[in-house]
Write a protein that binds this ligand. Structure first.
Ligand code: MV4
Length: 449
């Protein structure tokens, strides 16, 4: 195992990675921007290096600044967390070139997954069910119209370099597709600098199911069961859970088997190692691969709590070349867990709500875990993602976790900023949520104030 780890991230995930590393006897180096100098993840690290001003492009996204900090402190490895540089293949390669261990997949695997339309082709050829769609990127409107005839309307146009829903647009007929094709191409170019787009059949209200992957660099790769992340707003996840109600208590066992086999096949096809996630859509009793994410996900704690896997610990051990000693048959479900993302935002209008955390008193109790980037007295600035904490609640059953979550959220005291805690309570009290009737449009018609 390496002795010193640089954490190229901020907030709750930097703090969490730091805690796991120090628990394994690894020294930690925090890097921070001017906006974050007083936050817990900086104070708790063994060393901390300023990497630039508040804007992320000059700090958390600056490859030279981060490599310089690693050199200066003698760090041997870099954990990128999620977001920022975590899925940037050039950063992974730059780390390798500088003699640093990148805690993530090999750059070659990242390259194979980068173009989503290429990734679809690769896994489809390996037998993974994918959403019916175009065969690669579409060079012009004509090819898009032809592909859509084969696929059938409605279709969804996606950016090949995209992910997370950026630049997506649906079309119900050829006239609309002509407009949408240009719009999607323009957005792809603006957001990613590359205009390649592809088409998929559009599912109007799918569920979002994803599968945790863990693989070592010696060819052993397992899945860590599924999570359901259907409750989202504008592609920002709000509540995640494990297991999905679709598969809890042995339900839909044959489909679960198809899902896990597909996830493992997809990851092996990319030559994946370390922790990753394979994303699927569920619609009309079927699961379809959409993309693979080359990072630790925000919502990984619900998997940790329901499988017992120490995902960050394994990331570090795998990155240092150790063998993954967990066998697939050792991965079993233990109860249920729900994660609530606490955002600094207006719970009704959803505007960002930065400011000082005058009061910050998290709940405690059986089955309550809080992964927070802030403490009382800290200031939430508008520079980064508005997520300030994750409340993760576990129980023997989903109903027990829901009951504990209501109590925990009702006793969570935050003053100085607005948060979406009232939204979480509305979700928890919605009968459709208790019944597990979820889809990606849940918040369009449920949990209204
Ligand atoms: C889709 C879809 C419907 N049909 N693909 C959005 C994020 C990106 N990872 C995939 N997304 C979607 N792809 C087809 N063919 C609907 C979504 C989608 C969605 C997916 C997962 C979680 C939340 C979502 C919210 C809106 C749309």
């Amino acid at each position: 195992m390496f002795q010193k780890l640089l954490i190229a991230n901020r907030g709750e995930i930097a703090r969490r990675i730091g805690a796991v590393a120090r628990g394994m006897g690894v020294k930690t180096v925090a890097v921070y921007s001017d906006a974050d100098v007083n936050l817990p993840f900086v104070k708790e690290a063994d060393e901390a290096v300023r990497i630039g001003p508040a804007p992320a492009k000059d700090s958390y996204l600056s490859i030279p600044a981060i490599l310089e900090a690693a050199k200066k402190t003698g760090a041997q490895a870099v954990h990128p967390g999620y977001g920022f540089l975590s899925e940037n293949g050039e950063f992974a390669q730059a780390c390798a070139d500088a003699g640093l261990v990148f805690v993530g997949p090999p750059p070659e695997a990242m390259a194979r997954m980068k173009d989503k339309s290429q990734a679809r082709k690769l896994v489809s050829a390996a037998g993974v069910p994918v959403v019916p769609g175009s065969d690669g990127v579409l060079p012009d409107v004509q090819s898009a119209l032809e592909a859509a005839e084969r696929i059938g309307y409605p279709v969804l146009c996606k950016a090949a370099s995209g992910g997370g829903g950026i630049g997506m647009a649906a079309a119900k007929d050829p006239a609309e597709l002509e407009k949408v094709y240009r719009q999607c191409t323009d957005r792809a170019k603006a957001a990613f600098g590359r205009e390649g787009v592809y088409l998929e059949r559009y599912f109007p209200a799918p569920r979002h199911i994803e599968v945790q992957i863990l693989g070592d660099t010696h060819g052993h790769l397992i899945h860590g069961l599924e999570r359901e992340c259907s409750i989202q707003r504008r592609h920002q996840k709000v509540v995640e859970e494990a297991p999905s109600v679709l598969f809890a208590n042995g339900r839909n066992a044959a489909l679960a088997d198809t899902l896990f086999t597909a996830a493992v096949t997809a990851a092996k096809t990319f030559g994946y190692a370390n922790a990753g996630t394979v994303e699927f859509l569920y619609s009309d009793g079927q699961v379809y691969f959409i993309e693979m994410n080359a990072r630790l996900q925000v919502e990984h704690p619900v998997t940790e709590l329901t499988t017992g896997l120490d995902l960050i610990g394994w990331q570090l051990r795998i990155a240092s070349g150790e063998r993954l000693t967990v066998k697939q048959e050792d991965v079993t479900r233990k109860g249920a867990a729900l994660e609530f993302r606490i955002y600094a935002e207006d719970p009704v209008k959803y505007f960002p709500s930065p400011g000082p955390l005058k009061v910050f008193q998290p709940p405690t109790g059986e089955g309550v875990r809080l992964d927070s980037g802030y403490a009382e007295g800290d200031v939430v600035t508008p520079n980064y993602d508005p997520m300030i904490a994750k409340l993760i609640i576990s129980g023997a059953t989903r109903d027990e976790a829901i009951a504990r979550a209501v109590k925990a959220l009702e006793s969570f005291r935050i003053e100085g900023i607005k948060t979406n805690i009232p939204l979480h309570l509305r979700i928890l009290k919605d009968p459709a949520f208790s019944a597990g009737e979820l889809d990606t449009h849940f918040l369009d018609s449920h949990a209204k104030p």
